[in-house]
Write a protein that binds this ligand. Structure first.
Ligand code: DC
Length: 220
């Protein structure tokens, strides 16, 4: 039986940084499900799909061939045969992913891929609905969060370090809009699973959060 850790929470809580630290320490595979939703959104943008039309997204999603591959322990998202890792982190794709991920057909397709990955190996999987929908029987469930201000500042620092000019307040507004959409959507909304452990990283480093979660795997 594989050991599964599910980490859910809003954008910017530090899920991917923390999950990668845990995966490296435990020798597990890190599965970034947001990257799969982003690849799906990129596909829709490339095909010029009107993102306000759920039925068009649902129909086109059948044509998106998404898989993941690991290179030197890093997850690569493959969209229609091409590694799109370096194209899915733009604000345009973030906004599109938040829209396309509400479509049930999109969720169905990606959820089944995620379940399969977790059956085959020990994983740390992060997303929005991992503990509630994708891996309801996960061995350990974590809900990782932080205040919107802290999350916006982290994103701002990340973009600034990459040399991008950005506006802190606009980023915070974006984060709050996205949280609202993720939490109020009908399909698999972002919410803490009843049996998840809540960790607030507002005043915690990623290393401290990872330590805490590893400690929980040892006592769970
Ligand atoms: O975690 P992220 O920012 O890379 O996620 C991109 C988008 O995909 C975000 O709007 C939420 C959505 N998502 C989702 O609906 N379900 C998941 N399991 C992961 C991400």
């Amino acid at each position: 039986m594989s050991y599964n850790i599910a980490i859910d929470g809003p954008a910017g809580a530090g899920k991917s940084t923390v999950a990668k630290l845990i995966a490296a320490r435990k020798g597990y595979i890190y599965v970034d499900t947001g990257a799969m939703y982003r690849a799906m959104a990129l596909h829709m943008l490339e095909k010029g799909i009107d993102l306000t039309k759920a039925e068009d997204i649902a129909a086109e999603c059948e044509n998106a061939d998404i898989s993941i591959r690991y290179e030197d322990g890093l997850q690569c998202v493959i969209l229609n045969g091409v590694n799109v890792n370096d194209r899915i982190r733009t604000e345009e794709v973030s906004a599109a992913a938040s829209r396309t991920s509400v479509v049930p057909e999109v969720r169905k397709k990606l959820t089944s891929l995620q379940k399969k990955l977790a059956e085959e190996q020990d994983v740390v999987m992060d997303g929005r609905d991992i503990g509630t929908k994708v891996l309801p029987n996960a061995d350990l469930k974590i809900f990782l969060t932080a205040g919107a201000e802290t999350r916006a500042k982290r994103r701002f620092d990340e973009l600034t370090a990459k040399g991008e000019v950005c506006d802190l307040q606009a980023i915070q507004r974006d984060i709050e809009d996205r949280d609202m959409r993720d939490m109020t959507r009908a399909e698999a909304p972002l919410k803490q699973a009843e049996d998840a452990v809540l960790i607030d990283t507002s005043h915690m480093s990623a290393e401290e959060a990872a330590e805490e979660i590893i400690r929980l795997t040892e006592t769970a």
